[in-house]
Structure formats: structure tokens, C-alpha cells
Design a protein around this ligand. Structure first.
Ligand SMILES: [Zn+2]
Length: 133
């Protein structure tokens, strides 16, 4: 999916909607959405919108990051659980590792995930940021 800079600008500050797929046969939820369920092989998948807020279950911190991602180090990868039981593995932004705690509320936002300095390509994706409670 390509997103134009103008569209990014318009959507700046607005929350990004998380589209996932749910298997009608076994009930598992996948994000990003899949057309075939890896668990049971069913193709009977429905698109659902995940809630914008979930809770941080656990996380991993990566200090050694590849070229092109260094300005974002350390990269925190969090496992976020929603009220409907769906779980998403996604980067956690705007937080230092020592600020994270189990069960804290996080919110989905659209942030730049990669920038190619030579080509000027900027890729955006969903990240989660801690929410003040
Ligand atoms: Zn399934």
C-alpha cells in the first residue's frame, strides 16, 4: 500500500485503524490480515477492525539495529493484547525500555518505520505508544 505524503499530512495526529482478519472456523485473529488461516487452513476469513487501544503483555528490546533503522534504536518490539483476545506484535514508540510495564495501555499510531536517505523513501506503519492513564 502506498500512502502519499499529502495523505500522511492530512492524517497526521489521527489514529490509525488496525485492520486484521479473523478465521470464521477457529476464531484466530491475524494482523496483518491473512487470506488463509495458518492454524487450520481455512479460507473463510473475515476482515475486522482491531480496537485502537490494547495492553502491553510483554516486549523485547533490540539495541543492535540494521542500517537505516539506527536513528530509531533501541527498537522495542511489543506483544499487545486487545479486549477481544487478539494479539499483535508491533514496535513500541515514544517510550524508553525502563518506562514500560506489563499491562500498560498502549494506543496505535501511524509512524515512520523506515527512511531511505538516498532515495528519500519513507515507509509508514503502525506502532504503539503508551497512553497516560
Ligand atoms: Zn483457522
Amino acid at each position: 500500500m502506498r500512502i502519499s505524503p499529502a495523505r500522511i499530512w492530512r492524517e497526521r495526529g489521527t489514529r490509525y485503524r488496525l485492520e486484521a482478519s479473523r478465521c470464521r472456523k477457529c476464531g484466530r485473529v491475524y494482523y496483518p490480515p491473512k487470506t488463509v488461516c495458518p492454524a487450520c487452513g481455512s479460507r473463510d476469513m473475515e476482515r475486522i477492525r482491531l480496537p485502537e487501544r490494547g495492553r502491553l503483555l510483554t516486549w523485547a528490546v533490540e539495541y543492535t539495529v540494521p542500517e537505516g533503522f539506527r536513528r530509531y534504536a533501541p527498537i522495542i518490539l511489543g506483544l499487545v493484547e486487545f479486549d477481544n483476545g487478539a494479539r499483535v506484535l508491533a514496535p513500541i514508540a515514544d517510550a524508553r525500555p525502563e518506562e514500560l510495564r506489563r499491562g500498560m495501555v498502549v494506543e496505535a499510531v501511524l509512524r515512520r518505520v523506515y527512511e531511505d536517505g538516498n532515495e528519500g523513501v519513507i515507509v509508514y506503519g503502525v506502532k504503539f505508544v503508551p497512553v497516560e492513564e
